[in-house]
Design a protein around this ligand. Structure first.
Ligand code: SDX
Length: 430
């Protein structure tokens, strides 16, 4: 039994006696659920820097060690030995699949990649230059209108069908958004193709000619998707959990996650990195922009740098940087100026006291955009790529929360700093 934490007031009076919550790994937590009832006081942690919102078995991060594990398996081992589909199974069901289980899961995903034909008209309602994330959020939110048969969130089978359906269809929806934005006809999924080959085919094939998927490109996407699949209680996953805690249908919760991911401080950073590299132009400007990033009066930030949890390197960035070399070399782009600039920025930043003191290292978004661009994926489709990969993480967390019998609606409180009570004044007396 772990010791309790006693909260005492300024006069030494005992305010609360709070138990500790201990997990398998990581810091202990003070269970403050009884604090308000016993002391009349709230805790205050606006960006949840020191706050656990739940218990979870899915992903573990050690920010100091630069460690990321899915269900206990280090992500560098999964990136090296596994596949995105196998990692989806692991995140959803908690164990690596047997060959038969993987075969069944992979087949189930392949045979659910088509979207309802009437959904195609939804894309036509968007302006041609609508951001693909706007289209994805809108279309995913509408999915509940097509699946009345499986929205009983208390039925484990319905929860399982939702997760497989969402993982299967999100690439088709993302590719359709891209095709809408370039004015090309949608390409239907091909069940003969694996997950990432199918996505590349839906993105870049046209009805007018055959399209052969580059297996190196498909493998690069597969590794990137493994690295982006889940990341504990990040902003978009916490959004999915909070939305889902109201009992809304799971498609609405995933749509909320998509909108949260879109922000440049989160999943929108990969797009922002590419735009930043364009803005910097070439290596000769690196020092000027590093100075801007350090200038408090300048809103410029070095996008793709820094992380709330990793105060050391982001293990995903290290793997992606290595992959960058391989993919660019395979594509004959080893001298890609953007990659050169990114490497130089990383080198200059990591030698700079400001970045070292604030422990700002490249994060998952710093190099991913360079690979996406080398694969022909436009900047506007980079955050959608992140959303495709993260859908399994969102689905796994939604399932874990919804299956928990102790699950309650999330409802934070506040420190009120507004006006004290006052009486209404008629307009003629104001
Ligand atoms: C993702 O949560 C997750 O796990 C997210 C993610 C996932 O897989 O789900 O890992 C994916 O979102 C990665 C992060 C992508 N975002 C960016 O690359 C945007 C640029 N980075 C920053 O906006 C920032 O670093 C955050 C948002 C990532 C982290 O913000 P924090 O933890 O709130 O840190 P902060 O803003 O308080 O910064 C601490 C200090 C500040 O200086 P001081 O006020 O202490 O003087 O560091 C500075 C910041 O000004 N700082 C930066 C900086 N990031 C932080 N200065 C220059 N450039 C930067 N990129």
């Amino acid at each position: 039994m772990s010791a309790n934490y006693k909260i005492t007031g300024p006069d030494g009076q005992s305010l609360a006696d709070l138990p500790l919550v201990e997990g398998t790994l990581g810091p202990k937590a003070v269970d403050v659920r009884g604090l308000y009832g016993n002391s009349g006081m709230f805790t205050y942690d606006p960006s949840f820097n020191s706050t656990c919102s739940c218990e979870s078995k899915i992903t573990y991060i050690d920010g100091g060690e630069g460690l990321l594990m899915y269900r206990g398996y280090p992500v560098d081992q999964l990136a090296k030995h596994s596949s995105f589909i196998e990692v989806c199974y692991l995140l959803l069901y908690g164990e690596l699949p047997t060959a038969a289980q993987l075969e069944e899961f992979d087949t189930a995903i392949r045979y659910h990649t088509m979207i309802n034909e009437s959904l195609k008209s939804f894309f036509g309602g968007f302006r041609y230059d609508a951001h693909p994330m706007a289209m994805m959020a809108g279309v995913v939110a509408s999915l509940s209108a097509f699946y009345h048969d499986t929205t009983n969130i208390n039925d484990p089978e319905h929860r399982n069908i939702f997760a497989r359906r969402m993982i299967a269809k999100i690439p088709t929806i993302a590719a359709a958004a891209y095709k809408r934005s370039v004015g090309q006809p949608f390409m239907y999924p091909q069940n003969r193709l694996d997950y990432c080959s199918n996505l590349l085919h839906m993105l870049f094939a046209v009805p007018a000619e055959d399209y052969e998927v580059d297996p190196i490109a498909a493998k690069a996407l597969d590794v990137l998707f493994i690295l982006h699949a889940d990341h504990e209680q990040n902003a978009s996953t916490s959004t999915v959990r909070l939305a889902g805690s109201t009992g809304c249908n799971p498609y609405a919760a995933i749509a909320a996650g998509i909108t949260a991911l879109w922000g440049p401080a989160h999943g929108g950073a990969n797009e922002a990195v590419l735009r930043m590299l364009d803005q910097i132009g070439d290596i000769s400007q690196a020092d000027k922009f590093i100075a801007k990033a350090k200038d408090k009066s300048d809103p410029f930030r070095l996008m793709g740098f820094g992380h709330r949890v990793y105060k050391n390197f982001d293990p995903r960035a290290t793997i992606i940087r290595e992959y960058c070399h391989q993919v660019l070399e395979h594509l004959g782009m080893e001298n890609d100026p953007k990659f050169e600039l990114a490497l130089k920025l990383e080198q200059v930043a990591l030698e700079d006291d400001y970045f070292k003191e604030k422990k700002l290292y490249p994060n998952v978004d710093f190099y991913s955009g360079i690979i996406y661009k080398a694969l022909g994926i436009p900047v506007s489709m980079m955050t959608p790529m992140f959303a495709i990969a993260r859908t399994v993480g969102w689905a796994a967390h939604w399932q874990e929360m919804t299956a928990d019998p102790g699950n309650r609606i999330g409802r934070p409180r506040q420190v009120y700093t507004g006006s004290e009570q006052r009486d209404y004044v008629a307009v003629e007396k104001r």
